[in-house]
Structure formats: C-alpha cells, structure tokens
Design a protein around this ligand. Sequence first.
Ligand code: PLP
Length: 379
Amino acid sequence: MTVSSVPDARRNASPYLYGLEAAAVTRVLEAGQYGHTAVTEEFERRVAAFLGVPDAVAVASGTAALHAALLAAGVGPGDEVIVPSMTFCATVQAIVAVGAVPRFVDIAPATLCVTDQLVMEAVSGATAAVVPVLFGGRPVDLTAVRGELAERGIAVIEDAAHAFGSRTGTHRVGATGALTCFSFGPIKNLTCGQGGMVIPRTTREADRLRRLRLLGVVQPQDERANATTYRVDSFGLRYQLSGINAAIGLAQLDHFATTEHARRRLWRAYRDALAPMDGVTLVDADADRAVPHLCQVRVPAPLRDKVFAKLRARDIGVGVHYPPNHLQPAFAAWRRPLPATERVGEEVLSLPFHQHLTKTDTALVVSALGEALTSAGGA
Ligand SMILES: *Cc1c(COP(=O)(O)O)cnc(C)c1O
C-alpha cells in the first residue's frame, strides 16, 4: 500500500497512513500476536523513549487510559473530580465510571483550557483529582498550584488525548510529572486504529495499571500455558492494547517528525489565510509548543449555526468541538452555570484539519468560510 490519499476537505479529520502500517499489521497477524504481546511492549518502550519518561502503559483506548488512571490514582465513589465541561464526553464518562462526581469548571475562552485559578476555586474537601484537558494539543500549565494540590492529596491526571507530541518548555507532554493519558484513536495526532497510553508517576502506579488492564490476572502469559489455574489478584478489565494495534502505532511513531511538522504547517497556513478575515476569531493553537490537533475559529453565536450549515451544504467537513458536557442529559445532575463554556460552545467551529489537506484545500475552505459568513450576514 502506498501513502493513502483522500485529498479533500469533506472530512473534518482523517487518519494519515505512511504506507508501512499494513505490512506491519500483516506481520503481526502472521505471527499470531493478537493480544497483549511483545509488540505491545515494544510500543510502550518506544513511546516512553520518545517522550523521555521511564515507563508507559499501553491500553485499549484513550477512554480506557482515563478510567485506568483514575482507578490507579485511587479515585472512587463519592470523590469529586474537577474537569472542564469543554471536552469530549469520554473524559466525563471515565470519571462517572469510577463512581466519582464530576465537578465541572469553566475555561479561559482564549485557550479553551482550565486555569490555575478556575481549578483552585473549585477545590473542596471532597476533591480527589483534577483532570485538565489539553485542548487542541495546548499544554496546560498547573505547575504553580501543583504543590498545593499535592499537599491536599489531589492527583493531577492530564487528558492529553489531543496532545501527543506537544511540548511544555523542554519536556514533551507526559514528562512533566502528571499522570498523563493519551488516545491513539483513528483521528488523533498518532493513531493505532484504537489505542491509548498512560504515563505513570511511580513504579507502583505502573504495576497497578498493568494488572488492571489484564483483568487483574498476574501470571506471565508463557507460564499460564503450562498451569492448571491462574491467579486473579485484583480488580481488572480487558483493557490491553493488541499487538495488531500496537504495530500500527509503531509504524506511525517512525514518522512522527513528519506528522508534527505537517500539522504545524497546516495550522499556520490556515492562520495566515484567515488573518485578513473579519467576523471570525482564530483559536490560537500555541503551534510553537503544541502539535495542533484542531483548527478552530469562533463565530458569534447567532451566525455559527448558519455558517456551519452553509459549509456542510458545500460538502466542507466543519465540526464542533464540543457541545458542553454539563448541558448533556447524562450529566444533568452535575449541571452548574459555566458562562464562558456556554458562550464558546455556541461559537466554536472546527475547520477540516488532517494531513491529506493541500494548500489548495485550505484556501478553498477559507474562501468558502468567507462566503458563508457574508451570506449569513456576518461580514
Ligand atoms: C479522543 C478523546 C478521548 C478518548 O479517547 P478514545 O481513544 O476515543 O477512547 C478522551 N478525551 C478527549 C479530549 C478526546 O479527544
């Protein structure tokens, strides 16, 4: 298979394959390495080396990573977990899955991320963890309050599903001391097809995560073949990353320098093309540090839905990241007013953003956006 090409602006997001993934999967299938295998462990080592961390624990998805990380941090029933409402619903479902209460907080409209102040205002005696979301790939810096949070026994669990490869200072996200969760889903910066990774803070945490993802079964697989029983030591789930998916991730990681460069270049091409346009505000992706995951603009609320409909009618794959979670029926019990989130939720518009897009495509998207704004009455 050669480099796949879907050179169009119809998709909001799309995986980008470098041509080696299919061969890698075939090798794994022929070797029968379907489950948690040496390929999975090689992927863990390679990701750890890439990030500059001692260890990484591969799991089946980003959602599984968040769920497992919350369990490993000891978050459970009755605990409160501070989380922005402005995130993918998976972040909240993982908190609900451990029986904890999501304490929704607002965001800074410019970054779509939480701030020190917003987090600290929400801390209560019941707070067990904070889950900052690295929205669009932007690193979230809670260093100033990390000491205070640690003193109060509050864990920081980063939802870095958007942020694989992003940097804070000299470190990659994942290497800053927080328990960090990545997603390697189909449209993330690096894909395994489906997959996720947790960066543990301690060897104890790594050990807990490794038991958890294999149903709490402790014996090494090769010993199990000759034993009449196996030992279930603790609670666990089928959260392993299969060798099939890990092989895709390994092939993607070989080309991550290209991914990183291409995503930055694409975001900057949009930025430059959008600069002269009135009526929209580009959400800054912090592209010097972040590997951008999205290209978002804000369009004033009465126009956003019209502009969205007009662009979709022209087959341009715009999206909305995200409808706020505190307004979702499943999370209604924890609703509270979040003015910035509510406003931003009505204004954000994500432009097609993936590596198949050419300069011609982005120019087409931007001129269609301009036309949609004009005909919607905005510019
Ligand atoms: C994708 C995503 C997740 C969940 O990851 P999956 O691999 O899809 O389970 C969690 N949080 C955010 C912000 C995401 O974008």
